[in-house]
Every structure is written in structure tokens, then in C-alpha cells.
Design a protein around this ligand. Structure first.
Ligand SMILES: [Zn+2]
Ligand SMILES: [Zn+2]
Length: 275
């Protein structure tokens, strides 16, 4: 029996002898089946294939954890270190003994929280190795491919985690799309960790929001307005999306508000017509 991992989205599945016939996450319009058809791997095979982990500090008390060569969607996880224990924000598929040791050296993991189903990855492996609960929004329960008792489905609009850290359901890309507000981040000016619920675009002075990133399907203006209003009360200087290079370093709260405004104008009127 194996816990098979989808090569395109990185989700690890419940145990089975043979690989599953399909991946519901990749059949959804927000993902895709790779050009060579549905493919599977396992953690053991990934180790044989030479994958390993990159650990890189983002700022004081915040460390990025990524896989090289890049795997599936290629996101990096973030480890927030606090006096009350560490929070792993988002997750990655690859995990080996060396990675476990490196994360233990940073203080281990007290809780895991994940923005949306594309980063559920091997969350249960991580939870088991670090004896940490996993917090997922219940609106995305149908996308969990490996259910386990270590998962806590939270409901409503916000959840306090520890040390002032709050999970905020922002929706958009997924019904349960979650961002993490870390008030002590950015030297006490606040940081927002967003996965791709809020996406830092090529011009890092802007962010964007999509229903599907690979298939370029936008969100309705009404939903962007709701997201903009939901996040407005939270102060944050810096914003970390799901890749090392996707960070808004300064004045990120204003960047989100202005980007939402630009997006709404673009889809309602066209930017050229209203400039
Ligand atoms: Zn998949
Ligand atoms: Zn996504």
C-alpha cells in the first residue's frame, strides 16, 4: 500500500495498492491534467529521484521551506517562530529525515495552517512527524484527499491560532481560501501570508486575485470588493505569497487595496476607458 502523490498538484492521497485513477483537484477548472496525462509518485520515489529541501530565512522569525528541483505547483511553506510554538503556513509534498531535523532545529511545529487545497500536499506526513494539528477551513473539506484525525476543520470567518496569529477566511480562489495575519511580522508592523489567495504579480508593487491561475479565470468584481473589505481592518506592512520571489516588502496593505481597485476597474470598465 502506498500514499500516492499527484505529480501536477502535489496532493498526497489516502493509502491504496494502485495509484488512484484520477485526481479530483487537477480535474477541477482551477488546475489541469499535465500534457503527459495523470502521473503519480510517492515520497520514497521522490527521495530516489534526488529531491531535497531548501531552507531560507525570509525575515527574523520567518523561514521559507521549499523543494528543489521544483515539484508540482512549486510553492514554498513558511515557518513562523513564536514563543508559544511555531506555525507552519502552507505545506509542501516533499519530506525526509533531513528536513525533519532542520525544522526541529528551528523549534519544530506546534500547528499547521493551509491557505487552500492546492497546498494540502503531504500535510498529514508533516502533521505526523511533528505531532502537530492541521487547521483547514471547512468550506474546502471536499478537496481533502487524505483525511486524518489530526485535521481540524474550522468554520466562520476568523480563527485565532496562537501568539496573536489569526486565520482569516478571504475566499476568492476557493470558498475556504484563507490568509494568515501575523501582527509581529515585519518588525512589528504586521505581515500577511497569503498563499495564492492574494497573488504577488511580476510588478511587486501590485497583487492580483484569480479563480484559476493556470487557466486565467478571473473573479467577479463583487467578490474582489468583499475580499478587499474583509482584509482592510488588518494592518500589515509586508505580504508573502507562495514563492520566494513573490513578496511585497513595504506598504502591502495599501498595495492590496489599490490592486483590488484596479482589478475592479479593469473588469467592469476597462482600464483605458477610466484612466
Ligand atoms: Zn492533482
Ligand atoms: Zn491555488
Amino acid at each position: 500500500m502506498e500514499h500516492w502523490i499527484c505529480v501536477t498538484c502535489g496532493s498526497q492521497f489516502a493509502q491504496s495498492q494502485e495509484p488512484p485513477t484520477q485526481c479530483p483537484i487537477c480535474l477541477d477548472q482551477r488546475q489541469y491534467i499535465g500534457h503527459q496525462g495523470q502521473q503519480w509518485t510517492t515520497l520514497g520515489k521522490m527521495q530516489q529521484d534526488g529531491y531535497h529541501t531548501i531552507i531560507q530565512q525570509e525575515e527574523s522569525h520567518l523561514t521559507g521551506i521549499d523543494t528543489t528541483p521544483s515539484f508540482a505547483i512549486g510553492q514554498r511553506a513558511l515557518l513562523i517562530q513564536t514563543d508559544q510554538g511555531n506555525v507552519l503556513w502552507d505545506c509542501i509534498s516533499f519530506l525526509d529525515d533531513e528536513t525533519v531535523q532542520a525544522v526541529q532545529d528551528l523549534g519544530g511545529i506546534a500547528a499547521i495552517a493551509i491557505s487552500h487545497p492546492h497546498y494540502y500536499s503531504s500535510m498529514i506526513e508533516w502533521a505526523e512527524r511533528f505531532h502537530a494539528p492541521v487547521y483547514l477551513h471547512e468550506a474546502d473539506r471536499q478537496w481533502v484527499m487524505r483525511l486524518d484525525k489530526c485535521i481540524t476543520f474550522w468554520s466562520g470567518e476568523t480563527m485565532s491560532l496562537l501568539d496573536g496569529i489569526t486565520l482569516v477566511r478571504l475566499g476568492g480562489h476557493f470558498a475556504g481560501g484563507t490568509v494568515l495575519h501575523w501582527p509581529r511580522g515585519a518588525e512589528g508592523r504586521g505581515a500577511l501570508l497569503t498563499g495564492d489567495i492574494i497573488y504577488v504579480v511580476a510588478d511587486q508593487a501590485w497583487v492580483s486575485f484569480m479563480y484559476s491561475y493556470p487557466n486565467l479565470i478571473p473573479l467577479p468584481a463583487q467578490e474582489i470588493r468583499r475580499m478587499r473589505e474583509t482584509i482592510a481592518p488588518y494592518p500589515f506592512e509586508r505580504l508573502y505569497a507562495a514563492w520566494f520571489e513573490r513578496v511585497v516588502r513595504a506598504d502591502a496593505s495599501t498595495v492590496v487595496q489599490q490592486s483590488a481597485e484596479r482589478y475592479i476597474k479593469a473588469i467592469e470598465e476597462g482600464l483605458e476607458r477610466c484612466s
